[in-house]
Write a protein that binds this ligand. Structure first.
Ligand code: NI
Length: 178
């Protein structure tokens, strides 16, 4: 088990556009994905993108049955998504608080497409084709933003709804946001 360091906002490696994954089924890719799951689970995260551990590849993971950081969220299937392409299914957007393991201790309201079609491949190069909505769609948009060098505070339009988790959501375990 290898928990990797999660880069924090301000690190220029979080601002790069990630490169496509070109080789599948390799020991390196398997080891990277295993480390990402270890790292995400250790931090109670809902998702993690490879650039957050300093690996500049188009690779994200996400999913949980229930999540301490987002106790109201419905389950999201555990997924390895590589070289993703997102297509909103409508113009409708939904505003909700979100956080990020690279922006510890803070939450902010971000508008995301409510209904999303997404495609990519898994760690074996097998296609993933899904429609998602609500929190699932939000998580995918948040994680894929990391592959474009975008952190959620860069999407905030109303900074009156951006602040410390411990102040706005004191019921949440503060350890989950450090
Ligand atoms: Ni994030």
């Amino acid at each position: 088990m290898t928990v990797r360091e999660i880069l924090k906002m301000g690190d220029p490696r979080l601002l790069r556009v990630a490169e496509p994954v070109r080789e599948f089924g390799t020991a390196e890719l398997d080891a990277l994905i295993a480390d990402m799951f270890d790292t995400m689970h250790a931090a109670n995260g809902a998702g993690l993108a490879a650039p957050q551990i300093g690996v500049n590849l188009q690779l994200v993971i996400y999913g949980f049955k229930d999540n301490q950081r987002y106790p109201e969220a419905p389950p999201v299937p555990e997924t390895v998504l590589i070289n993703p392409v997102l297509t909103p299914l409508s113009e409708e957007m939904d505003e909700q608080f979100e956080g990020c393991l690279s922006v510890p201790g803070l939450r902010g309201v971000v508008a995301r497409y409510t209904q999303l079609h997404y495609e990519g491949v898994d760690q074996h190069g097998e296609p993933i084709v899904r429609d998602a909505e609500g929190f699932h769609a939000r998580v995918v948009q948040h994680e894929v933003d990391h592959l474009l060098g975008i952190l959620y505070p860069m999407r905030i339009t109303d900074f009156s709804r951006f602040g410390y988790t411990s102040v706005m959501f004191p019921e949440l375990d503060p350890d989950d946001d450090e």
